[in-house]
Design a binder for this molecule. Sequence first.
Ligand SMILES: *Cc1c(COP(=O)(O)O)cnc(C)c1O
Length: 476
Amino acid sequence: MKYISTRGQSPKLDFSEILLGGLAPDGGLYIPEIYPKFSDNDLNLMRGMSYPKLAFYILSRLVDDIPSKDLERLIDKTYRPEVYGFVRSGQDAGDITPILKLEDNLYLLSLSNGPTLAFKDIAMQLLGNLFEYVLDEKGQTTNILGATSGDTGSAAEYAMRGKKGIRVFMLSPFEKMSRFQTAQMFSLQDDNIFNIAVKGVFDDAQDIVKAVSNDHQFKSHYKIGAVNSINWARIAAQIVYYFKGYFAVTSKNNEKVSFTVPSGNFGNVCAGHIAKMMGLPIHKLVVATNENDVLDEFFKTGVYRPRGSINTHHTSSPSMDISKASNFERFVFDLVGRDAEKVRELWKKVDSGGSFDLKSEGYFDDVKKFGFVSGSSNHVNRMQTIRDVQLKYDVVIDTHTADGFKVALENLDPGVPMVVLETALPAKFEDAIIESLGYPPERPASLMGIEKLPQRYNVFDADVNIIKKFIEENVS
Ligand SMILES: *Cc1c(COP(=O)(O)O)cnc(C)c1O
């Protein structure tokens, strides 16, 4: 299996070669040269598999330059019930992504039972084990530099803590994350984790990461790496739970299932698209956004019009506050018939601050063929949905999942199961739950009082030279 760039001007590479990198040299994103396809017979075999067995069956089609035995061992080490233990009472942690039936043809797929209570743990935990393995094989080390507003940073730190050959330098806006998110990250005492609180907002932190990455000499000398949402291995790992969810709600392969995905950077739903391309009988992929509805606008009109950070709303589903969907290019590549020249032309407009219109270009009718529809939600919808779901099913969902739930209900088809992906647990967003329900969500016992644990972090001005100096001092 080789990987190609969506912009068509980079060499084809193997999985391990793209694992540690970000964008392709031509500015595109890596994608399989050909999607492997599962037959009806494959699906029958996969139906009865445990999560790690299923993950190995799928990922071994996408990774052919890591010996099978090693890949299997890394997957088994990642997908253990002890790692994904924050399940609701009555659910089996051994399922890794348990399904919760709300009523006939309406389900919640629990993806957020990992250490940081968000779905990003599913992919990031595997990434941690893959990175450590590949670096060790190559005799290399890496210093991961990232910026976070909450979920990505904590998932990365919990995946990389204590890993050989890896240090993490994670920038976050000082005093801007929730108390719970701050405690999750800053209470880590591992020597290889460096929390850097920047006096400013998220964009200031993000700008510093970009400036460091653009200093090619510094980047290569200090082996700066990334784990951002365009990382192919993260997408690959996320494909697995679409299969797991499908098998959990069907008994035969001629049944179709729809999935609703609370979306920001389009990474999660992109994995759903690829699962469909690989032969999973998906009916609809429903893209749910919050007030930052750049994706909803595209799927309704064919116009993709990313917005600047000034026009990005700060909402109560903050992990979806994104106005430029970094993985969207992967889907558009397929939509335009894998025409890399076309993708280059479209992103030339986007990269210079513009937009494009695929309806006037004649590509938009195919969006339906790929199964995509969309909707959006706002703060009032979210608060109401959390109350409704609690009253009707006695289940408390978080604000991101609520955005998904609201849009899922608008896209039901008779007789077709709808699976809503639960992207975070409510404990992570306590204030919003109190606003909606009047009382706080349940918190797992082992996370009680984490706000009171000693915290380990450095506060710096938003100055790229200060951050570079800090990295230099801590990399020896
Ligand atoms: C990251 C995140 C999302 C958005 O996922 P994308 O892959 O960026 O579309 C949604 N909900 C939660 C809770 C998240 O952490």
